[in-house]
Design a protein around this ligand. Structure first.
Ligand SMILES: Nc1ncnc2c1ncn2[C@@H]1O[C@H](COP(=O)(O)OP(=O)(O)OP(=O)(O)O)[C@@H](O)[C@H]1O
Length: 319
């Protein structure tokens, strides 16, 4: 990403950052009226042109943070700036657009009527191009109520593109999409990012974060607990996973080796969490009749479970 690719709406280059959140705190009251902190002193700087995955267990504070980024709610303390100005101002100017998890669609309108109606609010909007970019052209005559969950998400994406935003905020954008639709969706987002758009997306799909984000920010209990490339976050937990088809007797004998931290069985395969995959491989090959041995680096999902409290509470983790 170079400065020449930047496309500030007003022509002038303001802040070099798309978003800056400084020591942001948001508290809510629970059902008993007791106050708790949903976002707890969160600091986050998103540079222009970055594609950032925002990950965290259920209730980590992702949506609350996104709501503050979009000016939908105000922090109790701390600051949120978009392009160097107040969030609401940037949103009003159409520099930021969002695809949120629900709401915002009129069930009786067709896809095309929805895009055209909302497009009329944005001078210069091009409904045809936007429908094509979001992959909803073939759905143009379908009523919103007849669209599947994934198709409605694509329609929300089309609506978000109408203002030709510089910064796109996506809260679980591919929820409900099938594999092909998700691929197509991310290809479009990557293309937009290549042209200089900044993207922040919250997701529970770890492989989306791994494949499509330049940077992964993990939050837990309202704080940032990891921030970096997916590979640097994966590298935060040491070791590798070695898996094989192996008899229970052989597996039990290998499990006692110092290079094995733990063993799990999934389907026909045994998975060894290993601190020294070379030593374990030698052992498997020379002392057992294991077959189809595979060595895999740590996944982002394993890092997520190790870094966030989801792994300690058994709470629903990533999908
Ligand atoms: N308006 C509200 N009133 C009270 N509590 C709220 C409100 N909004 C969010 N919360 C609580 O704040 C915490 C953070 O919620 P948030 O929706 O930001 O989490 P999240 O990371 O987006 O979770 P998920 O992955 O489940 O969507 C949760 O405990 C949630 O129940």
């Amino acid at each position: 990403m170079t400065e020449t690719q930047l496309r500030p709406a007003s022509g002038e280059v303001t802040s070099p950052d798309a978003a800056v959140l400084s020591a942001v705190v948001k508290r809510f009251a629970n059902a008993k009226g007791e106050e708790f902190t949903a976002v707890d002193g969160l600091d986050l700087r998103i540079r222009r042109g970055e594609v950032v995955a925002f990950l965290g267990p259920n209730g980590a504070g992702k949506t609350t943070t996104i709501d503050m980024l979009l000016g939908l709610t105000r922090p109790d303390s701390g600051q949120v700036e978009l392009f160097g100005e107040a969030a609401q101002q940037a949103v009003r100017a159409g520099r930021v657009a969002a695809v949120l998890q629900s709401g915002g669609l009129l069930p009786d309108l067709t896809v095309e009527a929805t895009v055209r109606m909302l497009g009329s609010l944005h001078p210069g909007a091009d409904p045809e191009t936007v429908m094509s970019r979001a992959g909803v052209t073939r759905l143009r005559d379908r009523r919103v109520s007849e669209c599947s969950g994934g198709e409605q998400q694509r329609l929300r994406f089309a609506i978000a593109l109408l203002s030709d935003p510089e910064f796109l905020v996506l809260d679980e954008p591919t929820a409900g999409m099938d594999v092909a639709a998700r691929r197509e969706f991310w290809a479009t987002v990557r293309e937009d990012a290549r042209r200089g758009m900044t993207v922040l997306f919250a997701t529970h799909y770890m492989e989306e974060a791994d494949q499509f984000a330049d940077r992964v920010v993990m939050v837990d209990q309202g704080r940032v607990v990891a921030d970096g490339s997916a590979s640097s976050i994966r590298a935060r937990i040491s070791g590798r996973t070695v898996s094989a088809l192996i008899s229970p007797q052989d597996a039990a004998s290998v499990a006692g080796s110092p290079s094995v931290r733990s063993v799990a069985v999934r389907g026909e395969r045994h998975y060894f969490d290993s601190t020294d995959s070379d030593a374990l491989l030698r052992l498997l090959v020379t002392r057992t009749s294991a077959t189809e041995i595979e060595v895999a680096p740590r996944s982002l999902e394993e890092a997520f479970m190790a870094i966030t409290h989801a792994g300690r509470t058994g709470q629903e983790g990533p999908r």
